[in-house]
Design a protein. Structure first.
Lengths: 130, 704
């Protein structure tokens, strides 16, 4: 039996060699725009554009660095607080067990259980980490 | 043909005759949580249970692994028989369903799923799924019809997403109104990213899941979605589900952001209980001096700091700037827990006289309306138990009778009057003892310099719940009229709002313990370099020196941290506290309010600014900043409501909620009642209920 829905993996719709989510025609338009922006304009206008681009790059880099730091902080506190949860190892173990049950069920339904088995392995590992 | 028509008319009349003239179309204001196990086994249950408890939402947990779902469990007549919404007198037992897992295998059978879905359709009750795999399951028996389908196709797995809010306009007044949708929500746990199928595959009841993602990955995959089960030719869904395919747990920030909506969505915004976001900052030891950390020596070296008048006027300006730069801060005020001995001419000479020549005292009196105040005892004396025997060595002086302790409390109340500080009468009910002393027994060891052999001075403490509190303090507090006593959440058994019943204090009433959060902005630091040094000494260097791994210490500082990093970590923790919805304040010390640069920067306002900045990245909900006595009053009200059995029924035909309780509950918060306080686009009523049922108009706030 195959329920027919479980094997529709959205990412698998993208063919090899393509950027996921961008179709061939869209890719063409994107490259044309990039070409236009790369070579249009001369002299002071170009310098101004370059300076602005550099500033934008700098701002973007700074924002990205801040985002990364923020995420590091989040992950650190997640990890720290998880260590205080005395029930977590057992909960993670149960979750792993639950995902194995789900994988079994998916197998019976004719679906690919791999991502769920990966999740089970992930939580199994988590339960042993503390 | 005619015969067929007559038969159809006859059948119609039969249906009309059988159907009641007035079906109730009513559900109890109670949530059903279907779990995969007990708290120790189910991460989702451990996540949502404290949320429901804190908000005061009545709920029932069904453990799918050990209990069977029955129709009578969901809706039963007065005789206990399963019933349907269309039958007169049949009331649904739940106005919302929360599943801790998407497929509940192996505990939940296809028959149980059918039963649950029938109930949801029949009583128009919504479902929220906290986490799990986006399943589509077909019955193993022919004709293999689909009994469970969230309309999603798996796309990818990830542990690190910057999720974007993509809430459709139709839901903009109903869900996640309070989140800052301009910023991504970082997802830091395992999540199954999905794609809405939105195909024409239908479930066995003929409904087709139509998915609308609310939160998406950078690749446009759905992480949190609303699924509306539509039937051809019908404009209203037969069933509605909110499903998260993100792992949620109480220790995860994104889970804290999402938690409220699982309850709010499932209950359609009508439920007993409410949530508010709180932040209060208590600055302890006003009028005292605090010893100062010396970075060169890695210890205190006898230097002290006491705020100046200029620090106070600077704090007034900084407070105004904080309000101006943070729209959620409202009229935020600092609370000063003060020790009046430092505000009088001579603390040993009665009657006491205010020392208005002291520029700190004068500045406080001049600016008193900008702040709030709390009794922190007259001299900050230690209230711990006396040693046994009485002449045993002890790091601190102790009191041997309740009257002396009472004098410490009352003398400070007198200074309150002398300085004419605001809200004195209200605050006579509140006490913060020096260093929260008296709530545990330190066994006379609290000075590290006197015990170089002890790595952790708290190792020998006797906790509050092990008999460590000082009954003399509790007696003194009772006779001084103190109702609310501050506690330190970092101490064992002090991180619970609780009446202190286990100690005899000679009074008919019990003191209520009000926990406060500590931070790593230490009492003995006034500038970033001091803080950075002490933090890294305590959480890094001290462990290295002792040959231990600092990564395994409480702060998990695997390398020294900068002030900026420390502030970020502390702000993140504080926001998590805020998103737990409890009212507990954070406490600091007067040194933290010292200006440390020409811009008037202070550690205290650096922390507040960092906290509000981090909070406002995620939320736009106004932050409540309550005086401590009100925190006490509201806590007492919540505890009273939680101890009552409250019954509520929402009749959707009349759009009224009928509420009663097994005892008087003068202050019950109910979300979704007309004429309530508007908060986050919803109406929150503060009503009085008792044994007599009272009816209230429901307003889901969908137009606000």
């Amino acid at each position: 039996m195959n329920v027919g829905n479980c094997q529709v993996f959205a990412s698998s719709q993208d063919k090899p060699g393509r950027i996921p989510g961008i179709s061939g025609s869209r890719l063409g338009i994107l490259l044309s725009l990039l070409f236009l922006f790369s070579f249009s304009g001369t002299g002071s206008a170009a310098d101004l554009a370059n300076t602005t681009a550099e500033k934008t790059d700098e701002t973007t880099r700074k924002e990205q660095a801040e985002d990364q730091n923020r995420k590091k902080t989040l992950q650190l506190n997640d990890f720290k607080l998880r260590g205080h949860e005395s029930l977590f190892p057992e909960q993670a173990k149960s979750l792993a067990k639950g995902y194995r049950e789900t994988a079994k069920m998916l197998g019976e339904q004719g679906c690919d259980p791999k991502p769920v088995l990966d999740a089970a392995a992930y939580f199994e590992k988590q339960s042993e980490a503390f | 043909m005619k015969r067929k028509l007559l038969a159809a008319i006859a059948m119609l009349f039969t249906i009309i005759a059988i159907a009641p003239a007035h079906a109730d179309n009513a559900v109890k204001l109670r949530t059903l949580v279907i779990a995969t196990g007990e708290m120790a086994e189910d991460l989702g249950l451990a996540y949502i249970k404290p949320v429901l408890d804190e908000m005061g939402v009545p709920y029932v947990v069904l453990n799918a692994r050990t209990q069977d779902l029955t129709s009578a469990f969901l809706a039963a007549s007065s005789q206990g028989m399963a019933c349907k919404a269309e039958e007169a007198g049949c009331i649904g037992n739940y106005n919302g369903v929360i599943l801790t897992d998407a497929d509940l295998v192996p505990g939940f059978t296809p028959a149980e799923w059918d039963m649950l879905h029938d109930y949801e359709k029949n009583f128009r009750v919504r479902e929220a799924v906290l986490s799990g795999w986006p399943v589509t399951y077909a019955d193993p028996k022919a004709p293999h019809s689909i009994y469970l389908d969230y309309g999603l196709a798996y796309s990818s797995s990830g542990y690190n997403h910057d999720a974007r809010w993509t809430i459709p306009g139709r839901y903009s007044k109903e869900i996640f109104e309070y989140v800052n949708r301009n910023n991504p929500l970082p997802i830091t746990s395992l999540a199954f990213a999905t794609r809405p199928r939105n195909d024409m595959k239908h479930l066995k009841d003929g409904s087709i899941p139509y998915v609308e993602p609310l939160l998406r990955t950078g690749q446009d995959e759905a992480l949190l979605s609303i699924v509306r089960y539509m039937k051809p030719g019908q404009s209203a869904p037969v069933r509605e589900v909110l499903i998260s395919t993100i792992t949620n747990a109480s220790f995860l920030m994104h889970s804290k952001v999402l938690a409220y909506e699982f309850v709010n969505w499932a209950t359609q915004g009508v439920f007993i209980g409410a949530r508010f976001i709180h932040l209060a900052a208590h600055v302890d030891d006003l009028f005292r001096t605090n010893s100062q950390w010396n970075p060169a020596l890695d210890k205190e070296n006898g230097d002290t700091y006491r705020l100046t008048g200029a620090d106070i006027t600077n704090a007034v300006d900084k407070q105004a700037a904080l309000r101006a730069s943070h729209p959620t801060a409202g009229n935020f005020k600092l609370d000063f827990a003060f020790n009046g001995a430092g505000a009088v001419v001579n603390p040993r000479v009665m009657p006491l006289a205010a020392n208005l020549k002291d520029n700190l005292v004068a500045a406080i009196v001049s600016n008193k309306m900008h702040f709030r105040f709390i009794n922190h005892t007259f001299t900050h004396a230690d209230m711990d138990k006396s040693p046994v025997p009485a002449d045993a060595p002890c790091d601190y002086h102790t009191f041997t009778n309740a009257e002396a302790i009472r004098a410490e409390i009352v003398a400070n109340q007198n200074v309150w009057a002398l300085l004419d500080l605001p809200e004195r009468n209200e605050n006579n009910r509140v006490l913060v003892t020096g260093a929260h002393s008296g709530l545990k027994d330190q066994k006379c060891t609290d000075n590290p310099a006197l015990h170089p052999d002890m790595f952790n001075l708290q190792a020998d403490d006797i906790a509050f719940d092990a008999g460590g509190a000082n009954p003399l303090l509790l007696q003194a507090a009772a006779t001084a009229g103190v109702a609310y006593l501050a506690a330190d959440t970092s101490q064992k058994a002090q991180n619970i709002e609780q009446y202190i019943t286990q100690y005899e204090d000679g009074s008919k009433t019990d003191r209520l313990m009000l926990p406060r959060w500590p931070t790593n902005i230490f009492y003995n630091v006034a500038n970033p370099s001091q803080l950075e040094d002490e933090y890294n000494y305590l959480y890094y260097q001290k462990f290295i020196s002792a040959g231990e791994d600092p990564c395994k210490a409480p702060a998990m500082a695997c390398s020294p941290r900068s002030y900026r990093e420390i502030l970020a970590i502390e702000a993140d923790i504080a926001v998590r506290h805020m998103l737990s919805f409890n009212r507990w304040p954070h406490f600091f010390h007067q040194s933290n309010l010292a200006q440390y640069d020409k811009n008037g920067s202070t550690l205290q306002f650096d922390w507040l600014d960092a906290v509000f900045t981090e909070y406002e990245r995620l939320f736009n909900l106004p932050v409540k900043n309550l005086p401590y006595y009100k925190i006490g009053d509201y806590t007492a009200e919540s505890l009273n409501a939680r101890s009552a059995k409250i019954d509520g029924v929402w009749n959707r035909t009349t759009n009224r909620a009928i509420l009663s309780a097994n005892k008087a509950v003068p202050h019950l918060r109910v979300t979704g009642l007309s004429r309530g306080e508007v908060y986050g686009g919803q109406l929150i009523g503060n009503i009085s209920v008792g044994t007599k049922a009272t009816s209230y108009k429901v307003d889901r706030g969908l137009t606000r």
